[in-house]
Design a protein around this ligand. Sequence first.
Ligand code: G4P
Ligand code: NA
Ligand code: NA
Length: 193
Amino acid sequence: MDLLKRKITDEGVIVSDDVLKLDALLNHQVDPQLTMEMGKEFASLFREEGVTKVVTVESSGIAVAFATAYELGVPLVFARRKKTLLADADSLSERVPSFTKGIVTDIIISRQFLSKEDRVLFIDDIIANGDAARGLIKIVERSGASLVGVGVVVEKCFQNGASSIREQGIRLESLAKITSLANGKITFADERA
Ligand code: G4P
Ligand code: NA
Ligand code: NA
């Protein structure tokens, strides 16, 4: 998506060779027009898959996951994050480390909102090492639902989250692929260096 890549180039802030701050469009402020366009893109990529539910993890995935669910005409379920978890038979949880925050949290979805009949599309904002994504994928598997694929806004190709998920045989689509943040420059996958 050219509009997205332009916005990333204009408003992204390189924090280090590993981390790109995207507060202006994903992690603090949301551009409703751009977000709805991203939802349309994900909906068209996965339209033939018979999606019955979109899932994400709170908080930054919610806006684009909502836009996707709206376009597909299905509910959105967002996994909650909790610091400590009381064992609960009514919900599914996985413990995940966070790349940016350096903490461990539990992500949780109530069994009530995922069933064996569901065909689930997982949408997220950024994929780095993929710990949160792998945790959510495990929750979907344990619910008995079918995962039809994963859609992420920004794929950081120099970290192994996206490739490790594709290696599991899961379809993963991203709207912007960043291959490098080195030398103070954001390089996208389809650009010549
Ligand atoms: P993930 O790849 O499955 O997201 O897991 P990972 O453990 O690699 O990343 C954990 C968190 O760090 C995620 O946010 C992810 O979006 C964020 N993150 C990773 N790399 C970057 C980056 O370069 N820039 C920014 N802005 N965020 C990055 P989260 O814990 O899900 O938090 P939230 O944003 O939903 O609150
Ligand atoms: Na995030
Ligand atoms: Na996220």
